[in-house]
Design a protein around this ligand. Sequence first.
Ligand code: C2E
Ligand code: CA
Ligand code: CA
Ligand code: CA
Length: 272
Amino acid sequence: TKKYGKNNYTVYSRELDTNTAYKLSIERDLKTAIHQEQFTLHYQPIKSIKTGELSAMEALIRWNHPVHGLIPPDHFIPVSEESGQIVSIGKWVLRESCKQNKLWQDLGHRPFKIAVNISTIQLKHQNFVFIVKEILNETGLDPKWLELEVTESILMEDNEILKGVLIELKDIGVSISIDDFGTGYTSLSYLRQFSFDRVKIDRSFIKDISHDLNGKAITSTIISLAHKLKMGVIAEGIEDEIQLAFLKEEDCDEGQGYYFSRPLPAEMHKIP
Ligand code: C2E
Ligand code: CA
Ligand code: CA
Ligand code: CA
């Protein structure tokens, strides 16, 4: 291995360079991405596990970068959170999603919710509730068809202001779910402080269902806990029939994953 040591190092450092260059270009190019209309939304169905009916679509952002092509959100959402750009990006996502759901309704589809990911930075922004109201007004979408997905980390910030924002949002008729449930430093006592509408079990637990008894135990425990607290449960990342059968047996309410559909542009969904 010594023989190739130098070569390996060269490759390694070059990769490192490209990586840094990539990150820097992302930071720089984010500034113009909104105005140049480079963002796009893909939608992934959330279905009732009992009936198979479509209950919601989750909006997932992609960045159509002129050089790098389609960039996944994990590559730029954290950067945009650090710089504060998530506030305007998030506003764009919310507006586009509400507009799209209203469009689906106007096309005569049986109504379903639109689920939108909201970063904690957005919730902390003082105008957030106002922005939501404004967008609902502007698009004509009934608030009951909008669900905001917030992450568990929001529960950790023992913050009265954040709790107040969530209450205001519920008051205008918007529903709230906890995303990636089980991955953060959950303390069950947080769940008592605010009543969420739904809990989304993180994909990592669903992945373990087929081959791991612990995955099964954790999943069924989250489902019964949520039900006891009068919250609905969505399982994310369902990829096969074994997982689906288990979730059905455990009374999970809704499911989402490649087994049903990958996230796709709005016009590619065949909605009954
Ligand atoms: P998330 O909210 O947990 O979204 C689910 C992620 O899992 C999505 O990745 C989705 O494409 C992927 N996924 C869905 N079903 C399956 C499956 O069956 N198998 C596997 N392996 N993956 C599946 P995506 O679209 O890359 O999004 C990643 C994360 O980026 C999201 O995780 C969310 O936290 C964040 N994100 C996406 N769009 C937005 C946005 O508009 N605003 C904010 N703040 N965050 C967003
Ligand atoms: Ca989500
Ligand atoms: Ca998430
Ligand atoms: Ca997740």
